[in-house]
Design a binder for this molecule. Structure first.
Ligand code: ZN
Length: 697
């Protein structure tokens, strides 16, 4: 290791750049150390000019992830036609700075020039209070006097030494897909082969998997990683035993970014974090980071996730009178938001209310919904338009080359500037004209494929361009101008489960009204990478029993998709009381650590999912019998204080127990599930007096 080579910058050996009280960026003799008391990330810069990652260290568990002995690792990795810029390309150090950033973070910004002068490279490294996670991003500027194309960009360029005798398991989770083979957030665990065979994760709009991977070794030292990109990407985890390394990578697919002289390119950001333990622990560390740092803030800290009603039970056969009747019933039952789904407009792409369905206008319905004390949500598939709509008739050239049709409509190319301007203006008008509080985004894959040569984007750069220049620009523009409107991510279900998505949307659908069992299955898998609020669920059933209602209680907004005006009085009474139950537990679940106490829900079994809220030491556990032969279940919760005393109570069963955490976790407590399909909610609350298993009833 040689001393740091500085170009035109004053040298100080130790430069404690204090931003937040608890986050330090320290200058070592030849590099930088970032620390927040939980994690320490070390990088160095050595002659003849290589910038490299040295180690990630847990200051809590003592785990150390070092760079490999014989391979240089750097988060800077991209390529143009003919030139790769990676750890082995000499860089000239230009400058550094640190600053406090939002969400209780500190950013170290480093600037380098490629030695032969092709690119200026801006690297950001960020730590946040209380999070054992490093977030990073790379931006590059073309400093040549000629055009170049960026053909590869790695959002997850990390190499770690692999201790001898080690083995690695990896975990990733499917998205939702209705195309065969059907996917519904199945978690997938596998060993990494030692012959460098990559484990592949394909993420982004319409792809099979969520933009997340977790890896842990035989001693339960773990890494979690995510990338903030909505377009298609291919990530890999490889164990290259003969080089003694574990390699991670996540590349933007089909990248072909034209950079004119002086142009810049932003590699989508990524994060890598540490955990120690099982996959629930991997999920917990990811989720807390997402909530603390990335996610769109909650629209309402007291009431979110909302109880919602959505009109899709009627499909497009909706009208003013019908919706008013449903709104009255919904408000009385305790629903907080009323969504008008597809079918309100004249046609897809013609976002004017249909006067035949709404003789008084959609605004009158929105006003009525507001007068009942509910928020008003509206479905809009803003990147789709029917062939007969005015926009397509006037601008047939705005249609993207993507071949699918959403309810017969054509896809619009959001990265074509005129389309973008039209969509932004339409969204602003629709929000204002109809008093919209909540946008239910829908459509087919929201990141389109478009290879047209007459659009403002490069036809060969469709994927990145439609994601970043297209979708993200539209969301940026509309959300900046209408900051109080919340957005729900949906594209025929949860098929864009990325860590860029969480920055724009307050929730996401998981599957698309797939019924009680399907709902619990999706929540089971999605609550590994994503916080519980990013699993909203559409309930197509009437909600005639608590098996149905409770299959939708754990997660984000509970969205009823039934015909309220045709429900029996008994069903309505049940819905009303179950809504009260949900409102009492939602605040606990949203910030809780999720324990997946059973295998993924399936027919013939009992499934149980626990939310443990550390700040209150309380647990909310939903236990469901799905045609299992046995009528009770021995519940063994996790994460409790062994010596703590807990009151155990049930939503239905009138027994109350007092048990220690150790008794609960070791011996368990019996949950009664009398019907073949039935569900119970178990609450654990800290209690002062020990009663050791005494039944107080
Ligand atoms: Zn296009």
């Amino acid at each position: 290791m040689k001393n740091l080579v500085l170009a035109g910058v004053a040298v100080a050996l130790v430069l404690p750049v204090m931003a937040e009280a608890r986050i330090d960026v320290t200058r070592s003799a030849n590099g930088w150390v970032l620390s927040n008391g939980l994690i320490e990330a070390s990088f160095s810069y050595n002659e003849p000019g290589t910038f490299q990652f040295d180690s990630l260290r847990s200051l809590v568990w003592g785990d150390v992830w070092k760079a490999p002995e014989n391979v240089i690792s750097s988060p800077i990795r991209f390529a143009t036609t003919g030139t790769a810029v990676d750890a082995y390309i000499p860089l000239r150090f230009i400058s550094e700075s640190t600053q406090q950033i939002d969400r209780r973070g500190t950013r170290l910004s480093l600037v380098f020039d490629q030695n032969d002068g092709g690119f200026r490279i801006f690297l950001n490294l960020e730590l946040f209070e209380d999070q054992p996670v490093l977030r990073y991003s790379v931006r590059v500027r073309n400093t040549l006097e000629r055009e170049r194309h960026v053909r590869m960009a790695d959002m997850l360029s990390w190499n770690f030494a692999e201790p001898r005798g080690n083995s690695f398991r990896a975990m990733r989770v499917n998205q939702w897909s209705v195309l065969p083979p059907l996917k519904n957030f199945e978690p997938k665990e596998s060993m990494l082969a030692d012959d460098a065979t990559p484990l592949i994760v394909r993420s982004g709009a319409g792809e099979p998997e969520c933009a997340w991977i977790a890896v842990r070794d035989s001693r339960d030292r773990g890494l979690v990683a995510g990338w903030e990109f909505d377009g298609r990407a291919e990530a890999t985890a490889q164990r290259i035993a003969d080089e003694g390394r574990l390699r991670l990578s996540a590349q933007v697919s089909d990248l072909n970014r034209l950079l004119a002289p002086g142009d810049e390119f932003q590699v989508p950001a990524g994060f890598i974090g540490l955990f120690h333990g099982n996959w629930d622990e991997a999920g917990f560390r990811t989720q807390r980071f997402v909530e603390a740092v990335l996610a769109k803030p909650l629209p309402d800290t007291a009431k979110f996730p909302y109880v919602v009603w959505d009109s899709w039970a009627y499909q497009t056969r909706i009208n003013e009178a019908l919706l008013r009747r449903n709104a009255e019933i919904a408000a009385k039952a305790g629903v907080e938001m009323f969504i008008v789904d597809l079918g309100w407009a004249k046609q897809i792409g013609e976002w004017r209310d249909d006067p035949a369905k709404f003789p008084s206008g959609l605004r009158a319905l929105s006003d009525y919904v507001h007068s009942l004390g509910m928020k008003f949500g509206l479905h809009i598939a803003f990147a789709e338009a029917a062939a007969e709509s005015a926009v397509v008739r006037e601008h047939p050239d705005w249609v993207a080359t993507e071949p699918y049709q959403y309810f017969g409509a054509k896809p619009l190319c959001l990265s074509h500037k005129p389309v973008q301007e039209w969509v932004i203006a339409e969204l602003l008008r629709v929000i204002d004209e109809f008093g919209v509080d909540w946008v239910l985004q829908d459509g087919e894959h929201i990141v389109k494929q478009c290879t047209r040569t007459d659009h403002t984007h490069d036809p060969a750069d469709s994927n990145y361009s439609n994601a970043v220049d297209g979708l993200n620009s539209v969301l940026d523009a509309v959300q900046k101008q209408r900051p109080n409107v919340s957005w729900e991510n949906c594209a025929n279900g949860g098929s864009m489960m990325t860590f860029n998505m969480v920055r724009y949307y307050v929730t996401s659908i998981t599957n698309d009204a797939s019924g009680a069992l399907g709902s619990r299955q999706s929540v089971y898998g999605a609550t590994y990478p994503f916080p519980p609020r990013y699993t909203d669920r559409y309930m197509p059933e009437n909600g005639s029993n608590t098996y149905q209602t409770r299959s939708y209680m754990f997660g984000g907004p509970w969205i009823m998709m039934n015909k309220l005006e045709s429900l029996e009085a008994a069903d309505l009474a049940l819905a009303t009381s179950e809504i009260r139950v949900y409102k009492n537990l939602r605040g606990q679940v949203k910030d809780s650590q999720v324990f997946h106490l059973t295998e993924m829900p399936r027919e013939g079994a009992v499934d149980a999912i626990q939310g443990y809220l550390a700040s209150a030491d309380t647990s909310t556990i939903v236990v469901t019998r799905e045609m299992a032969p046995e009528s009770n279940y021995l519940l063994k919760p996790q994460g409790l204080r062994p010596e703590g005393n807990y009151r155990v109570r049930f939503q239905d069963d009138r027994r109350i127990y007092m048990m220690t955490g150790e008794q609960l976790m070791r011996d368990g407590v019996r949950v009664q599930l009398p019907e073949a399909q039935s569900a119970e909610i178990v609450y654990l609350e800290p209690a002062d007096t020990p009663f050791g298993g005494l039944n107080l009833e």
